[in-house]
Ligand binder design. Structure first.
Ligand SMILES: C[S@@+](CC[C@H](N)C(=O)[O-])C[C@H]1O[C@@H](n2cnc3c(N)ncnc32)[C@H](O)[C@@H]1O
Length: 220
């Protein structure tokens, strides 16, 4: 069923039609992924005025919009996604904000941006929608794009924490692309790419937020 709602793209699931734009926002807010959720996520990220942030798999831009409030008009949010429908809706939502936004249709593992330019690279619920080789390459891409001491923030379905309400969700999360997070694959890949874990927490019983910091150069 998902393949008929999500476009087949060799890079990942391209959200379109009823799974994109306004209807995507309506559906996701019904399961608690609303403004309050994205604000709580943004508050975990070490952000300050003027920072440059990249959102990989931005969807309708909800996390970037929460971040914008913290980096102000001198900051910038760049958004990438493989879905033009998601990007178009994100553009509409960000129009009235002071923070400049830029939108690019591309895959998270092959962005057109220069090295070492972002203070934070964030990704929320997009890694599990990307193809396996893309997820691995995207970790390296985040490391390439971050300046020294910049942070890579990965918000994804994690290993469910004990609670009755999570039980019906478990079958949906038993897919290869979610299990990567259950088995700590991203911490391993980030370590290999020169990024160390500085925070590993849960936003709720199902959603894990990991923050990795790109190491600076040692010596003179
Ligand atoms: C579940 S949505 C999450 C969107 C948004 N980050 C949020 O929190 O609502 C997953 C998004 O990832 C995008 N996507 C899938 N594979 C991708 C890839 N390889 N590169 C960039 N975006 C991708 C989809 O088009 C979709 O908009």
């Amino acid at each position: 069923m998902w393949l008929t709602l999500l476009g087949g793209n060799r890079k990942g699931n391209e959200f379109r039609g009823v799974m994109s734009g306004e209807s995507y926002d309506r559906l996701t807010s019904r399961i608690g992924l609303n403004e309050g959720f994205y604000m709580r996520a943004a508050e975990l990220i070490p952000l300050s005025e003027g920072m440059k942030v990249l959102d990989m798999g931005c969807g309708t831009g909800s996390l970037g919009i929460a971040i914008a409030g913290m980096i102000g008009g001198s900051g910038r949010v760049d958004c990438v996604d493989i879905s033009s429908e998601q990007l178009a809706h994100a553009e509409v939502k960000s129009r009235t904000l002071k923070t400049p936004f830029r939108f690019h249709r591309c895959s998270m593992d092959e962005t057109p941006f220069e090295d070492d330019q972002y203070d934070a690279v964030v990704s929320c619920f997009s890694f599990h929608e990307a193809a396996s080789r893309v997820r691995r390459k995207a970790v390296g891409e985040a490391a390439r794009l971050l300046r020294e001491d910049g942070v890579f923030v990965l918000i994804e379905w994690g290993r469910p924490q004990p609670a009755l309400w999570v039980l019906p969700w478990i079958p949906f999360l038993l897919i290869d692309s979610c299990l990567d997070n259950w088995t700590n694959k991203y911490a391993f890949l980030c370590g290999e790419a020169g990024m160390e874990t500085v925070c590993d927490t849960y936003l709720n019983k199902l959603v894990r937020c990991q923050i990795f910091r790109k190491a600076g150069h040692c010596g003179e």
